[in-house]
Design a protein around this ligand. Structure first.
Ligand SMILES: Cc1cc2nc3c(=O)[nH]c(=O)nc-3n(C[C@H](O)[C@H](O)[C@H](O)COP(=O)(O)O)c2cc1C
Length: 576
């Protein structure tokens, strides 16, 4: 089992004078939706040993000790000249301080916003330290010459989540150190991406969580990076991209385009001092984007008023997130709220969320001002005490989905409802058995009515289920996950069908008032179904507005030998 392995640092040569040090966490790292597939992750650090020695992206504090031990056993740390930081994460500060203590001659290299965060991170213990912090700010035109042809170029690729992001390109090895771009949260022994197709689902999920809410900035970053002929992407997480480089670049373009081309968008405005509100923002954004509505994220600490105004004007709805600090929302949020109130027409749907510690005034204030101004809300205000957990994140994601669906409903009502075409009626004659998919992972659970179910293979026994992209349960149906397919019984199906068709509020327990028992795989099955089948997801394929999930059968049981399968007859091919 991967989660039994201890954390370690794997070292591997990746190019001339260049090595990767992969700090490996085998278990799920944190409660953030980007880690929800629970495959662990690696924090990749790179070492270039030329005439000058540069270290790129040292890991966070949970790795400080073992990382430094690993590094010391290979090089003389006092010989490091530069530490390049792709984005300044407060939890990296401990490792950076430890490195600086050992080798005070180090110069730190980062972007301009990175320098501000770095000074803050170093200032917490002794503010006098920051004055002497040896820092070189890279704006994009500079070259850092490490000797022997290792000329480093720097490419700022800012986005709302990482306003200080900086990529680095080495002209000698043609390696692009891409920081958050092109990563994946997977832990394993494989350093490069041979057989890259196997990583595509994880890379897509990583993109959907981290990149989709700022797809416009991803497109800009891709434009800038295209000027640097890279042989290898060296990302901050997961396998290095060598074999699938062209395809992944194309996929990033395509996935970004899918977002920016949506005709309905939501502006997500937030600030977050310690990352908790940002984590909630990410989950809400995921819920919105998976429903086919694009998100324009704005970190109001780094945005100018005009940018906020323009984004609001273009959007069909807005969601504001704020922590409570000193009984208030931070000033940038208050300013942004003022712009919203003076810009957003009253037909725009609103949402509010935020993390707090004890009193949580910020969300109350924002909510009441928006209410007083007459805006309608797409979900009830979300208040999270400090860090969200898995269940709260699922609730946030579902709130995002509800928000997007409400916007789409308004659009549908406005568009004239057309009678079903001949083709749609013909497609509707394709029928399937009426089933309920049930799934559970830790504190997260879900269920949905499904009739697009089909046996797909005999050896091994396997089936496919089509799941609409905006279904909450979709999150629990990635490769490696388990679920139960409950086949409903004719004559006994109406109650269950009604139950699972009704709208659930975000985070609501789908199994309350339904008779269930636990299957061998730990997932509830419906006691009143005709049969249930325990499945493991092997693959999933993107098919228009659905995911086609292929799963193999691990176990199954008929609960009523005399019953027959309920079948759902449809009038058109557009309904479940
Ligand atoms: C300086 C400071 C002041 C705070 N003041 C409040 C407060 O007045 N009321 C409250 O509910 N929480 C307060 N908190 C707790 C934060 O709201 C809480 O840590 C929250 O998770 C921060 O969200 P963020 O990570 O998005 O910045 C305070 C925290 C700090 C560090």
């Amino acid at each position: 089992m991967t989660d039994m392995k201890p954390r370690d640092v794997q070292v591997f040569p990746v190019g001339t004078n260049t090595r990767v040090l992969r700090s490996r966490s085998w278990a799920r790292l944190r409660f953030e939706i980007e880690y929800a597939l629970a495959k662990g992750t690696t924090a990749n650090t790179y070492l270039i040993e030329s005439d000058k020695v540069a270290l790129i992206d040292p890991p966070g504090e949970t790795f400080t000790e073992i990382f430094l031990d690993g590094l010391k056993s290979r090089i003389d740390i006092t010989k490091i000249d530069y530490v390049i930081i792709g984005h300044v994460n407060p939890n990296r500060a401990v490792t950076l301080k430890a490195l600086w203590e050992i080798s005070p001659q180090i110069t730190f290299i980062c972007s301009n916003p990175g320098a501000i965060s770095l000074r803050k991170a170093f200032a917490t213990e002794d503010s006098s330290e920051t004055k002497d912090l040896p820092l070189k700010v890279m704006r994009g035109d500079e070259i850092l010459d490490l000797g022997q042809g290792h000329q480093l170029s720097f490419i700022p690729t800012p986005n709302p989540r990482y306003p200080d992001e900086l990529c680095t390109y080495d002209s000698r090895t043609e390696i692009l150190f891409s920081d958050k771009l092109f990563g994946a949260h997977i832990c394993g022994d494989q350093v490069f991406d041979e057989g890259w197709q196997a990583f595509q689902e994880d890379r897509r999920y990583y993109f959907d969580c981290l990149m989709a809410p700022h797809a416009r900035q991803v497109e800009k970053a891709l434009d800038k990076l295209s000027e640097f002929p890279a042989r290898l992407y060296a990302p901050g997480h997961g396998p290095l991209v060598r074999y699938g480089l062209i395809e992944l670049t194309k996929s990033y373009r395509q996935w970004s385009k899918q977002q920016t081309a949506q005709d309905t968008s939501v502006v997500l405005i937030y600030a977050s001092a310690y990352g908790n509100t940002a984590t909630i923002a990410q989950a809400i954004a995921r819920g919105i984007t998976k429903s086919g509505v694009s998100v324009e994220s704005i970190n109001c600490e780094f945005a100018d008023p005009e940018e906020i105004r323009t984004a609001i004007e273009k959007s069909a709805g807005f969601v504001i997130g704020s922590p409570t600090l000193g009984g208030h929302a931070p000033t940038p949020v208050q300013t942004a709220l003022g712009i919203v109130l003076s810009t957003a027409t009253k037909n725009k749907l609103a949402g509010v969320f935020g993390s707090f510690g004890w009193s949580g005034e910020a969300v109350d204030i924002i909510e009441s001002k928006l209410k007083d101004a007459g805006y309608k809300f797409g979900f009830d205000a979300i208040r999270v005490k400090f860090k969200p957990n898995d269940h709260t994140l699922q609730t946030c994601e579902e709130a995002g989905t509800d928000f997007a669906q409400a916007l789409k409903k308004v659009k549908k009502v406005r568009a004239k409802i057309q009678p079903a075409s001949n083709v749609e009626q013909a497609v509707g004659r394709v029928i399937g058995s009426l089933c309920v998919v049930t799934a559970k992972q830790g504190e997260m659970s879900g269920a949905m009515l499904a009739s697009w179910v089909s046996q797909a293979s005999f050896t091994p026994p396997g089936l496919t289920v089509a799941v609409a992209k905006d279904r909450a349960v979709e999150t629990l149906m990635h490769s490696g996950n388990s679920f139960v397919l409950n086949v409903l019984q004719e004559g006994n199906h109406l109650g269950l069908m009604k139950h699972f068709l009704k709208p659930f509020s975000p985070g609501q327990d789908r199994f309350a008032d339904v008779a269930t028992e636990e299957a061998e795989n730990g997932i509830p099955y419906l006691k009143d179904s005709l049969a249930y089948i325990e499945c493991s997801v092997k693959d999933r394929m993107e098919v228009g507005d659905h995911w086609l999930v292929y799963a193999t059968v691990d176990n199954g049981q008929v609960l009523n030998n005399d019953g027959v399968t309920a079948v759902h007859y449809r009038k058109t091919g557009t309904h479940y």
